[in-house]
Design a protein. Structure first.
Length: 88
């Protein structure tokens, strides 16, 4: 168990909104990219993180594995399935 310094004054505060402008490194990278730009990521884990960040930002992705087992990921327009197009 962690000991709290007896001289520290810790006050619990509720109802304070979290800043909405905080972005993860992946989201920040996506926001700086233009459509058609690409980046190289080191491994499959980073590929998934990049694709998730693109998807959360409303973009699609295209990726390919390179000879050195890294991946190139492109920022592209999101494509919809036929079923989703009918709903719009």
């Amino acid at each position: 168990m962690t000991n709290i310094n007896k001289n520290s004054v810790l006050e619990i505060e509720r109802g304070i909104p979290r800043p909405s402008n905080i972005k993860s490194g992946w989201a920040l990278l996506v926001s700086k990219m233009s459509e058609g730009d690409s980046v190289v990521v080191k491994n499959f884990t980073e590929l998934n993180k990049m694709r998730s960040a693109l998807s959360r930002a409303g973009w699609g992705s295209s990726a390919m594995e390179l000879e050195d087992q890294t991946f190139r990921v492109w920022k592209v327009k999101k494509r919809f399935h036929k079923a989703q197009q009918k709903k719009q």
